[in-house]
Design a protein around this ligand. Sequence first.
Ligand SMILES: [Zn+2]
Length: 82
Amino acid sequence: MQCPKCGSENINFQMVGESKLKTKHHGAIYWLFIGWWLQPLLWLFLTLPMLLVTIFGHKKQKLITKHKSVAVCQNCGNSWNT
Ligand SMILES: [Zn+2]
């Protein structure tokens, strides 16, 4: 394998853990017009039932971590997904 940037074959591979739980961030306009009433509603209708399911439901939950290989060029420092 060669570095796509500089063509060097001095490449190191790294395993990177990637968490699947990501929080979307909304802008100020979103919060001004929608967020302040939508979020409590979503919390009421989604989070509460989910909490109840979590508390009273079965406890077979897994935290899924996706591992991906990242190549790092030792010559120029360029990194890319393999
Ligand atoms: Zn390179």
